[in-house]
Design a protein around this ligand. Structure first.
Ligand SMILES: [Zn+2]
Ligand SMILES: [Zn+2]
Length: 790
């Protein structure tokens, strides 16, 4: 950037300003236009594939204050990643104009670098909400109303720059009224790309599950009747379809569970407004802010214990995932005679979310009685995001937003990572469950939307297609690709097929550690301690790790301590059936006595068979996951014998924990550390003793959690003595257990450690892609410096 030399006041200058980041579809050009007008500046502003380019001409002082104003207070939805300006010779321009967007400059077959970023989708704004409820407004009852401050963005965008022609609104020709607003710099809809009205925009249609039209004009009343009569309605939302039914209608909820093939995994609900949410849940100030945020995520809240909602919505849980209406269509729906609806993702089991009308008929036609669809195409599938405020009641100072799923509303916003701007483009393909992939481009990390489970062919296809689409959106081809070491991961197989200069396999828990380092912007090769707790991840010894004390940095790691291995009888089967893991724990750590106890605890189950498998020592993967320990304890307490969704036993056990202040005086269970191995024998034995004495499951669960927290701090102080390290990174899905996280974090902090935890991405496998990419980045750098290739 070249700043002008000082010139006498009043002199006319011309500057070209280039702004990169999320600057399109956020009202940037009208904002610039207004600023220019108020300062009587001449020139132009335009969207290009490299961001917004402004040329401003006028009195020097005014031009400089114009630049300063843009830089320091840009529109609220924008996010500037680079800001450059240079002086040009004045042209004697006589107006300020908004120029037509520049498409992609493709020269000599080489694609120009794309620097423009697409904004995430934004929940409906108060102005638009007012208009759809105003019988005198032309947007009255119109479900696609939006403006510069709200509406679909990422989910409807095919290409950059973000212009109507590159979105699924391209086919809708604006009517005169919309055209006028679109071109009026003083209007709220000035250059709002998805702008639409009943005359010219998309239309909804209410159809039966066979596709026969029920209503077009009176669709809203039709939907209300359908829901009131206990039916299930599939509706097309922003990033995909939802399945909705009355939340208070126990029978409808049961039917939905059966049809969706979802036994116990909690359903999310949508409430009319905050007042309605407070009727069913307790809501803190921070939680209310999250619910009402422009990202409109699902927020995990504590249910009120009055039982006004059927338990079937979230069996065995005290919490409920709640969101507020975030599209005009949702808002209009909630003008109906209900204030809470089940609003769960429109898919069968763990298949990708349905986003197309054809698919809706084929797949959701079997799950829903009616379908409310429309003719605006969803380009990018995007599930609802899921967050929680991790704070025990009354401890305001410790509140944090915890991401469980980072998707709609947050994607494709980048995360800054410590890395040079000119470093190669790296793709981290992610894991096998809760998959997200990640591109590193310069100092920015782009985490994809939630891709989900890959154990079905549809999941794999979803990953492959989405990854290719992101390459187009970002204008990149990966030079380096990173993947998980697990030999059976489909994500890893896919990654190996992607052409690149180099492929790196990254150990699962090292990826977690690196993701946490990047999330906390830890620089270069600073070494830290890591407590990585999750279900299972493939270890370098071929066993399934998951209760890991590591030391390391982005580049490499050492395994220092871990939980003792236990054989998983039946492998995957044991993960689905915690009682099998419990039997394995009893027999492995208590021998004969354990075998007898197993018979008495799980009578009727195939305990004998499991014991035989254990004796045979065949086909027995060794595992030490924290999730497996939770499984065993949950099964021993009779809390959960079968996992019908991932992490069910751990979640239900976590729900039993007493409020932190009541539980604080309980004495933790004993444990033993031998060499680098943590033995749970005494822990298991004492839990069984408590059970025999008739101690309440809530007390045992609380003591168990406290024990883990003590144990972790105990080992960290050993490790700190051994290494002199002071920072501890907490990562892995088990840290989503809010009690474990809060208790451990508080204890570690009070002992003087600096605790690093996830703030911008999930602690679960939804975050490992970033870690994989960062590890690959540092390994690549080292190889380049040393001048050798492995
Ligand atoms: Zn709006
Ligand atoms: Zn119109």
């Amino acid at each position: 950037m070249a700043k002008g030399q000082s010139k006498p006041d009043g002199e006319i200058v011309r500057y070209r300003i280039k702004i990169k980041g999320v600057v399109q579809g956020v009202g940037f050009r009208p904002f610039v236009y207004q600023l220019a007008l108020t300062r009587q500046l001449k020139g132009s502003v335009l969207n290009s594939s490299q961001g917004v380019i402004i040329e401003a001409e006028g009195e020097k002082e005014k031009v400089l204050s114009f630049i300063e104003n843009i830089r320091t207070s840009p529109p609220s939805l924008s996010r500037i990643t680079a800001f450059e300006w240079e002086e040009l010779p004045p042209l004697g321009a006589n107006s300020f104009v908004i120029l037509k967007s520049e498409g992609l400059a493709v020269s000599a077959g080489r694609q120009a670098e794309r620097e423009a970023l697409i904004p995430p989708d934004v929940a409906i704004c108060p102005d638009c909400a007012r208009e759809i409820n105003d019988p005198f407004d032309r947007h009255y009852n119109y479900p696609f109303t939006n403006c510069t401050n709200c509406g679909p963005r990422f989910t409807i965008t095919l290409e950059v720059p973000y212009d109507r022609i590159n979105t699924s609104m391209a086919g809708f020709v604006m009517c005169p009224a919309c055209t006028t607003e679109y071109h009026n710099p003083n209007d709220r809809r000035f250059h709002a790309q998805p702008v639409a009205c009943p005359v010219c925009g998309p239309q909804v249609e209410l159809v039966t599950n066979q596709g026969e039209v029920v209503a077009t004009k009176d669709w809203l009343k039709g939907c209300w009747d359908i829901l009131q009569n206990g039916n299930i309605l599939a509706l097309k939302s922003l990033g995909g379809f939802h399945l909705a039914c009355l939340a208070q209608d126990r029978l409808a909820v049961q039917v939905l569970r059966r049809r969706k093939g979802r036994q116990a995994k909690p359903f999310a609900v949508m409430c009319r407004d905050l007042k309605a949410v407070r009727k069913y849940c307790t809501v803190s100030e921070d939680e209310a802010a999250l619910l009402q945020a422009k990202e409109a995520p699902i927020v995990i809240l504590n249910k009120k214990p009055d039982g006004s909602l059927p338990a079937e919505i979230a069996p065995g849980l005290k919490t409920l995932g709640v969101m507020l209406p975030y599209t005009p269509l949702h808002l209009l729906l909630f003008a109906g005679p209900f204030d809470i609806l089940i609003m769960t993702s429109g898919n069968y089991r763990e298949l990708p979310l349905v986003k197309d009308n054809g698919q809706a008929l084929e797949i959701l036609g079997r799950l829903a009685d009616y379908i409310l669809w429309h003719n605006r195409e969803i380009i990018n599938r995007c599930d609802d995001s899921l967050v929680a405020v991790a704070v025990p009641a009354g401890r305001q100072a410790e509140k944090e937003t915890m991401f469980l799923r980072r998707s709609r509303g947050y994607v494709p916003q980048s995360i800054f990572v410590p890395r040079p701007k000119n470093a190669p483009v790296i793709l981290g393909i992610g894991g096998e469950m809760k998959n997200c992939f990640c591109f590193l481009k310069g100092e920015q990390a782009f985490l994809s939307q939630h891709i989900g489970e890959l154990d079905w062919l549809e999941g794999e296809e979803n990953l492959s297609l989405s990854q290719k689409h992101w390459q187009r959106l970002l204008g990149v081809t990966p030079e380096i690709v990173a993947f998980d070491l697990h030999p059976d991961y489909k994500s890893a197989a896919l990654a190996r097929q992607i052409p690149a200069q180099k492929h790196f396999g990254v150990q699962h828990h090292h990826a977690h550690l690196a993701a946490c380092l990047a999330d906390n912007k830890v620089k270069d090769d600073e070494e830290v301690m890591g407590v990585i707790l999750d279900g299972t991840g493939y270890g370098t010894d071929g066993c399934l790790w998951g209760f890991e004390f590591l030391t390391g940095n982005y580049h490499s790691f050492k395994r220092r301590y871990h939980l003792a291995y236990v054989p998983l009888p039946g492998g995957e089967k044991a993960i689905r059936q915690p009682w099998r893991t419990a039997v394995a724990y009893l027999i492995t750590f208590m021998g004969e006595e354990g075998a007898e106890l197993a018979q008495s605890f799980f009578s009727g189950k195939e305990v004998f068979l499991v014991a035989r498998i254990l004796e045979s020592k065949l086909n027995l993967p060794l595992a030490c996951g924290c999730g497996r320990l939770f499984d065993a304890v949950a099964a021993l307490l009779g809390v959960c014998l079968e996992n019908t969704y991932e992490g069910q036993a751990a979640t239900e056990l976590g729900e039993l924990v007493l409020p932190i202040d009541e539980g604080v005086r309980l004495k933790p269970y004993p444990y033993k550390i031998k060499g680098e191995i943590i033995s749970p024998t005494r822990l298991i034995r004492e839990i069984l003793n408590d059970r025999k004495k008739g101690v309440a499951a809530t007390v045992i669960a609380t003591k168990f959690h406290q024990t883990l927290s003590y144990l972790i701090c105990d080992i960290i102080s050993k490790l700190a003595c051994e290494t002199g390290l002071k920072k501890v990174a907490l990562s892995g899905g088990s840290w989503q257990n809010r009690y474990l996280f809060q208790a451990t974090r508080r204890q570690l902090t009070s002992q003087g450690y600096q605790v690093l935890y996830h703030k911008q991405l999930p602690a679960n496998d939804g975050g490992i892609a970033l870690g994989q990419a960062m590890v690959a980045d540092r390994r690549w750098q080292k190889e380049c410096v040393l001048g050798f290739r492995e």
